[in-house]
Design a protein. Structure first.
Length: 139
């Protein structure tokens, strides 16, 4: 069995950003040489997520609005976590809702997606360097 590991790095300009990472993940699959297997993609930070959905801009804006309604950034005093001196209590909750990782099957050397599926990195406490892990296993 083959194993391949790659990291993507991000330093988003805004506190909340959404980045389509499908292309670099597909490139990693090609680079791995795996024809049949699995591809794990996970955010390596507790205030960011990786998820699969459509890349349609209206849907991404809807996600952002929805998450901000569920866990608004301000007032920061609403989150006990922020009593530690942080201001990102909301980001931890948003990450919990959106999840840590995705796993996609690899078939015939390609990600085995359904219609419209794309992989996205969601940042909820940006403006600093963060990483995403791509781990591919298979034959």
């Amino acid at each position: 069995m083959k194993s391949y590991r790659k990291e993507l790095t991000f330093n988003t300009p805004h506190r909340r950003d959404y980045v389509n990472i499908t292309d670099p993940v597909e490139q990693a699959v090609r680079d791995s040489g795996v024809k049949e297997g699995l591809c794990l993609v996970n955010a390596m930070h507790i205030t960011a997520s990786v998820y699969i959905n459509d890349a349609e801009p209206g849907l991404i804006a809807d996600y952002d609005d929805w998450l901000e309604q569920l866990a608004p950034h301000e007032p920061i005093s609403r989150y006990r976590h922020n009593n530690t001196g942080e201001d990102n209590g909301d980001a931890h909750l948003k990450r919990q809702i959106m999840g840590r990782e995705v796993v996609v099957a690899i078939t015939a050397g390609k990600l085995d997606f359904g219609p419209w599926e794309q992989i996205h990195y969601a940042e909820f406490d940006g403006r600093r360097r963060k990483r995403v892990l791509i781990k591919i296993i298979g034959e």
